[in-house]
Design a binder for this molecule. Sequence first.
Ligand SMILES: [Zn+2]
Length: 253
Amino acid sequence: MIINAEGIVLRQRKISNNRRIIVLFTKQYGKISAGTSITEKGKSRSALALRPFTFAEYDIFKGRESYSINSAQVIQSYYSIGEDINRYMTAAAFLQYLEKVVDEGHAMPALFNLCTEFLESVSKAKAGAETLLFAFIVKSLRMLGVMPETGCCVNCGKSLAEKPAPRMFSVSSGGVICPDCADEERQGGHALIYKPSFDIIDVFRYFETKPLQTFEKVTLKKEDAAVIKEILANYTERYLDADVLSSIKVTEV
Ligand SMILES: [Zn+2]
């Protein structure tokens, strides 16, 4: 059976006989690992569609136990990502993250659309591209069913609206936390609690509600970016087994 899917290349590796395995995130079928003998170095229409940071349409033969890419054509190429080290490192971390969090055969069209928006924005980023990655990750958390609790204390449900900011965020409990519950959690050991100098609830809302393209021109204060990076790195590692932020440098302003 031949299936047709829009997708982006997450990763590829060589196997024998000049064949490669391409791992795609497709809009219609989720993650697919497909073999192909189309070489990336060629100048054919299909070869161009197998390059990194390309949004393309793939004709895939679906066998009983495996997939094979017959042909492909570019829908949009974000080649300018490769021209800047900050954009490139950020987009590479984005692909690693996706490979960890998306499942084989499980379509997530809203997340897929967010991915093409992300590639578009990173290819045009005028500021530290890592801010775009932070925003993408926060937006993805709700789609993946692991959005942290930011409305009230994650442990006792007490409203934190009256409390003066900054509030505490517990990675170990999965959301904002009141001082009493934070003390209790610390006494129990294994607590991973942050008290940033900014309001963490505002930061999550800002990333979740503004369109991704807003962040093309945003570079955060270096100290704040470092804390956000650490919280998101620990959070995604704990709940998605997908920390890709350790290799990301925060841009100086
Ligand atoms: Zn509490």
